[in-house]
Design a protein around this ligand. Structure first.
Ligand SMILES: NC(=O)c1ccc[n+]([C@@H]2O[C@H](COP(=O)([O-])OP(=O)(O)OC[C@H]3O[C@@H](n4cnc5c(N)ncnc54)[C@H](O)[C@@H]3O)[C@@H](O)[C@H]2O)c1
Length: 416
């Protein structure tokens, strides 16, 4: 007879994946409606000793590569075969770097339980020709299952040491399912709450990595705490404007949850994105992020630089680059088009910073118009340069393309 107990699989076993497995496994032992065993899919690697990572995890109960020195719990079982890891599970926790999710989901189509449901702990976006798609949507659409998200001020190594922190679950409709995820993750040192705002929670977790890169530049240039706080404030405003541009449903309250301002602060103070960006700025932009990632992160993945590029592509496709000067400047610095010192000259790259100024009422006024223009206008000429025209925006905002060109009429609007 089929058991009514829930069974959990963790898809991913990096730094955060291993900590997530440890958190969840401590709870499945205590909660009677969960099977004790937690399967953790391991992207197999051969260690310098010649041994396989998954075997070493199962022998030592430790992820020696991504979370050394921390016992995961005897009920965590490493499995190098993703299909076998999810076979019996009805609660799937996705926690890999975002660039691998698409491939993993393709492998899992038709291989998961009918009653499976998912949560994504992954930060990042998937760029499709038709527009940006969040990772939770990718999972939901590929596997035809509900997908919540869990984000927050969660530097994995601190949670591994059971230092107090908070996290936010974002859910779409099903509150009782969200409560089940909260029960699975919540401990006395990891306080989880749920909000009905998947897009807001997920985008906050994704975008803050771009701000963390900016904060790292500030640190590398030794510009001090005031500058870093200013960059964080401006970054938060751009995060809010970007979220609302993509999803009208995003709640302002979400930015005050752990997934919002708290995650932004911790990532700008600690975290790998800030650290690599600091080293990049110290080198005067001469060392590449690929080189720094390989040297400093030892197999862990840097997300902020990739996300900055993805954000840049989205903004260029919508002709909104000038309204997000900090995000745009971060991408230009990462790609060597601007020096790291330009992080504090970001306003010079702005044409209409009023849109992202918190004192302005233009955010709510103008963004719906941008959204509606998406449907009606105009050609996107290429993903790096010219986007949709916004000549018709209310409030006297002019087309960013025209403002930069000598043409009196926007060259992106065909003659009527
Ligand atoms: N580490 C943190 O503090 C932290 C906190 C919150 C959220 N996150 C997010 O969690 C997600 C996972 O991060 P992490 O810290 O667990 O990973 P990580 O960066 O520590 O490790 C990289 C992982 O990717 C795997 N990998 C490498 N190549 C692969 C491939 N081709 N296919 C599939 N997997 C491959 C590696 O085996 C390893 O498990 C990311 O989206 C990250 O932003 C991380």
């Amino acid at each position: 007879m089929a058991s009514s107990k829930s069974k959990v699989a963790i898809i991913g076993s990096g730094n955060w994946g291993s900590v997530a497995a440890r958190l969840v496994a401590s709870n499945t032992l205590k909660l009677s409606n969960f099977h004790d065993e937690v399967r953790m899919w391991v992207f197999e690697e051969t260690l310098p000793s010649g041994e396989k990572l998954s075997s070493v995890i199962n022998q030592s109960n430790e992820n020696v590569r991504y979370l050394p020195g921390i016992k995961l719990g005897e009920n965590v079982v490493a499995d190098p075969d993703v299909e076998s890891a999810v076979k019996d599970a009805n609660m799937l926790v996705f926690v890999t770097p975002h660039q691998f999710v698409d491939g993993i989901c393709k492998k899992l189509v038709g291989k998961i339980r009918q009653d499976a449901t998912a949560i994504s702990l992954i930060k990042g976006m998937d760029l499709k020709p038709e527009g940006p798609s969040m990772v939770s949507k990718l999972i939901k659409d590929s596997l035809q299952i509900d997908c919540c998200v869990l984000m927050g001020a969660n530097i994995a190594n601190e949670i591994a040491k059971e230092q107090f922190s908070e996290a936010t679950v974002g859910y779409a409709e099903n509150k009782s399912l969200a409560d089940e995820w909260v029960r699975l993750f919540n401990t006395n040192y990891f306080l989880v709450s749920a909000v009905q705002d998947v897009a807001g929670v997920e985008l906050c977790g994704t975008l803050k990595n771009v701000v963390a890169v900016a904060a790292g530049f500030v640190d590398g240039l030794q510009l001090g705490n005031n500058t870093k706080a200013a960059i964080m404030r401006i970054g938060l405003n751009e995060m809010r404007a970007f979220c609302k541009m993509l999803f009208a449903s995003v709640n302002d309250e979400t930015f005050f949850e752990s997934c919002g301002v708290a995650d932004l602060i911790t990532t700008c103070l600690g975290g790998r994105n800030r650290m690599c960006a600091e080293a990049f700025a110290k080198s005067g932009g001469k060392r590449s992020f690929d080189e720094l990632e390989a040297e400093m992160l030892k197999g862990q993945k840097l997300q902020g630089v990739l996300t900055a590029k993805e954000v840049y592509i989205v903004l260029s496709q919508r002709g909104c680059l000038q309204m997000f000067p900090l995000f745009t400047t971060v991408h230009h610095i990462c790609t060597g088009r601007l020096p790291p010192s330009d992080i504090v000259r970001y306003r010079e790259h702005a044409n209409n910073s009023a849109l992202v100024n918190s004192d302005s009422n233009m955010v709510p006024a103008a963004l719906p118009a941008i959204r509606s223009l998406r449907a009606s206008r105009i050609q996107v000429q290429d993903s790096n340069n010219v986007g949709q025209c916004m000549t018709a925006l209310p409030g006297g905002l002019s087309c960013v393309i025209c403002a930069l060109s000598t043409n009196s009429r926007c060259r992106n609007i065909p003659a009527d």
